[in-house]
Ligand binder design. Sequence first.
Ligand SMILES: NC(=O)c1ccc[n+]([C@@H]2O[C@H](COP(=O)([O-])OP(=O)(O)OC[C@H]3O[C@@H](n4cnc5c(N)ncnc54)[C@H](O)[C@@H]3O)[C@@H](O)[C@H]2O)c1
Length: 324
Amino acid sequence: MSLAVGVIGTGVMGAEHARLLRDATSGAHLAAVCDADEARAAAAAAGGAVFTDGMALIASDKVQAVVIASPDATHAQYALACVAAGKPVLCEKPIAATAAEGLAIVQAETALGSRLVTVGFMRRFDPAYTEMQAARISGNIGTPVLLHNIHRNAAAPAWFTGAMAVTNSLVHEIDISRWLLGSEMVTAQVTSAPGGDPMLVTMQTDKGEIVSTEVFMNATYGYHVHAQLVGRLGSVEMAAPTRTLTNLAAAQSFGFPPNWVPRFTDAYRLQMQTWVDAVAMGIHVGASAWDGYVTTSIAEQIVDGMAAGNRIDLTFPARPALYA
Ligand SMILES: NC(=O)c1ccc[n+]([C@@H]2O[C@H](COP(=O)([O-])OP(=O)(O)OC[C@H]3O[C@@H](n4cnc5c(N)ncnc54)[C@H](O)[C@@H]3O)[C@@H](O)[C@H]2O)c1
């Protein structure tokens, strides 16, 4: 049986998710799309139903499962509607614009007793991060002590504010650091350059590991994500972000991708296939609503405390048994 998936939001990410469902995912098909811009939705529909109201797509009997790729502020209302309709949903990060909205999704799932929400933290499916996590679990590098993350974008759009560097970009490192280390973050401290970009965020985990993350939204030269995990016996880090090296004019080089879509193309594809397979098997794989809530809560606590420059003690409610 082929899973009928509806995609809400057909901008940069939604169009890529729709393409994956059309061309690169087995066991599923693109049944419907929705965008506030009807022409954009129609361009991505490829024969599927077209909606301009996300709630109508979620309610449609043509749709069995949903991908949310509309702007951050719309995620919570659509995710809650999917839970109420009993439909599995892959929701782009962040799970919600506020921690309170993220917690409401956790509470809705907990009341239902079922995990229907997967948050699109696709780095968990990136082959380089997967190898790094396997190295940590194998014990080969010894007890982890440090994780260094770099997150650089070529140029941020004008509407991208200082807080969004945390709530929209750093959230990737918060999630992947929790996942790579299998630890929870307990403190955070932020140092920013004049104007707020770049910023350096230092977090410490419940096991005492130190996580440093540089977020540089206007790094000019390209999109560059890097991570190095340091243990007591050795370290493991990402190699170059491309598969090939060019030898030319007395130099060896590789190119940086312009943005996240080419850099994480394998991760987006593997995430979609894994989500479709998990839905078919009735299991949950990937970042849960709890992971999404904790990540957004950490980001919110960092934004609230970063102006003072002091150490921020991170606090959360107890993890519900559904997410054990
Ligand atoms: N996982 C990742 O690596 C990654 C990368 C980029 C963006 N994102 C996330 O994906 C989401 C979309 O980002 P994007 O870059 O594709 O944005 P985008 O602006 O390119 O696309 C958003 C689309 O949503 C539509 N839209 C606006 N309001 C809507 C509504 N209420 N209902 C339905 N459609 C609506 C817009 O018309 C637009 O076509 C964001 O939440 C962003 O944080 C994730």
